[in-house]
Design a binder for this molecule. Structure first.
Ligand SMILES: *Cc1c(COP(=O)(O)O)cnc(C)c1O
Length: 466
């Protein structure tokens, strides 16, 4: 060991010295003695190993406290979603409406009549809470709710096609992303997949030729995230309904996003509604709670009463059911649909999707000076027109006109844009944009708290490396 090193080690304070500093006393109040002692030991070990320069007890306390503070911050911190994708699966999909938040908080804080009939004092069913509302909004006879739409599809397949065959068009054997691939879900549900037709064309006779004594169900899947164009043919659910009925097997439609209202009245491209799907004569329809519906994560199954009853008798239902918090939020969300005239203002998903481009562009112009001031002359920033996406597989080809701040480095420095994107992600409220055509785009469709955004920018550190 060199003399310099020995002298450095001698100068390191003891744990007790560090704990006696003012900073440590405050930290103990906030985080508890044990956590602070551990953090101080870790800081001193870093000093001993030469990873941190600790001249005195105050330095060591500051290092320890910095780490504790960073660890105390919640990992599920809010972020600014400026990706342009409104229902961004990786950013948590739909923002829940205020009445739904209030309902969820009340359910968390209190005992609730979750499976308890207040009228009779007897045990009730948690599905009773939403059955009436879902019947009213979809025209279906009955309804049940599970963890998410993937669970709804899994449970439906397992209930009707376990050790039996499930008929699906080759054009609808989709992968939704990650591990949700229709053929794999089928095999996990215990169903034997019977593919009919070809990738681009499936005809009625293909289904009719495949149906038989071993058929458990016919499944139609909304090809959410892709579309076949050109020489194509698919069989409408209405035609399949009569075939299914003749053979006594259920026809199931996995709608994916499944909206409850006609979106065109809000200026959003048309997407089939759940009520449309029910009216086509389908026996069961499955859809998500946190896509276009704008509620908490959930999977909804609506359809014929005796089929819903069979689903509810499947022991798997217990493993896939939802808790009181989400049921409360879902109920409050669904109630907003009773007043479609005020839906766009009360339901964040619809509010954001229907936000006019002119309003977003005006916001971009207001924010431009603050962003220019913060980024200095290393970047050129302008208001650009952009295109937002709905996300989560809904209407993949339709985009919604939007406006963005487009940021480009003034000099072509390799990595400058990626470094800026990284610095924005390190902010106290991380800002997530998207890189396109060598520009960082901040699509402002989902930015509603302007003042918070500007205040947050003050902490931007372009030199920080994550
Ligand atoms: C999104 C989607 C699913 C999965 O729904 P989750 O709510 O994410 O579980 C299943 N099927 C289709 C057609 C979808 O679009």
């Amino acid at each position: 060991m060199s003399k310099v090193e020995i002298s450095r080690l001698r100068k390191l304070p003891s744990v007790d010295e560090v704990l006696r500093t003012e900073v440590s006393r405050l930290a103990i109040d906030r985080f508890g003695r044990r956590a602070v002692v551990d953090a101080v030991r870790t800081a001193l070990a870093a000093g001993r190993a030469g990873h941190a320069a600790l001249a005195n007890a105050e330095d060591a306390a500051a290092l320890a406290l910095g780490r504790l503070g960073a660890e105390a911050r919640p990992r599920l911190n809010p972020v600014f979603n400026l990706t342009g994708t409104v229902l961004h699966t990786n950013l948590g999909r739909a923002l829940v409406a205020e009445p739904a938040i209030a309902a969820a908080v009340a359910a968390m804080r209190n005992a609730v009549a979750l499976e308890f009939e207040l009228a009779s004092g007897r045990r009730g069913e948690r599905d009773d809470l939403l059955r009436g509302l879902l019947r009213e909004l979809t025209g279906a006879e009955d309804a049940t709710v599970v963890n998410n739409n993937a669970a709804a599809v899994l449970l439906t397949l397992n209930t009707f096609a376990k050790s039996r065959e499930a008929i699906v068009s080759r054009g609808e054997l989709i992968e939704i992303g990650g591990a949700f691939r229709m053929p794999e879900i089928m095999s996990r549900a215990g169903a034997k997949l019977v593919e009919v037709g070809t990738t681009n064309r499936t005809h009625f006779k293909d289904y009719a030729g495949a149906i038989g004594a071993k058929t458990g169900l016919i499944l139609k899947v909304h090809t959410s995230n892709y579309r076949i164009e050109g020489f194509r043919a698919a069989v409408p659910a209405r035609e399949l309904a009569s075939l299914a009925r003749k053979h006594g097997v259920p026809l199931v439609n996995d709608l994916g996003s499944g909206t409850l209202v006609d979106l065109t009245r809000f200026g959003i491209p048309h997407e089939p509604t759940v009520a449309d799907a029910v009216a086509e004569g389908v026996d069961l329809v499955t859809f998500s709670g946190d896509k276009l519906l704008g509620g908490p994560q959930a999977g909804l199954i609506v359809g014929r009463k005796e089929l819903i009853e069979r689903i509810n008798r499947n022991p798997m239902k217990r493993a896939l059911r939802v808790d009181k918090i989400r049921l409360a939020a879902l109920e409050a969300t669904l109630k907003l649909y009773r007043d479609p005239d005020r839906l766009a203002e009360r339901l964040p998903t619809l509010r954001l999707l229907s936000r006019p481009r002119t309003e977003i562009e005006a916001l971009a112009r207001r924010l431009l000076p603050a962003v220019v001031a913060r980024l200095g002359d290393a970047f050129h920033i302008e208001v650009a027109s952009g295109a937002s996406q709905i996300g989560s597989g809904a209407l993949p080809l339709e985009t919604i006109p939007s406006a963005a701040l487009a940021i480009r480095p003034t000099r072509a420095r390799g990595g400058a844009l990626a470094a800026l994107a990284a610095a924005l992600r390190q902010l106290p409220i991380p800002v997530v944009g998207r890189i396109e055509d060598q520009a960082l785009l901040l699509d402002l469709r989902c930015l509603e708290d302007e003042a918070d955004f500007v205040a947050n920018l003050a902490a931007l550190d372009l030199k920080a490396t994550p």
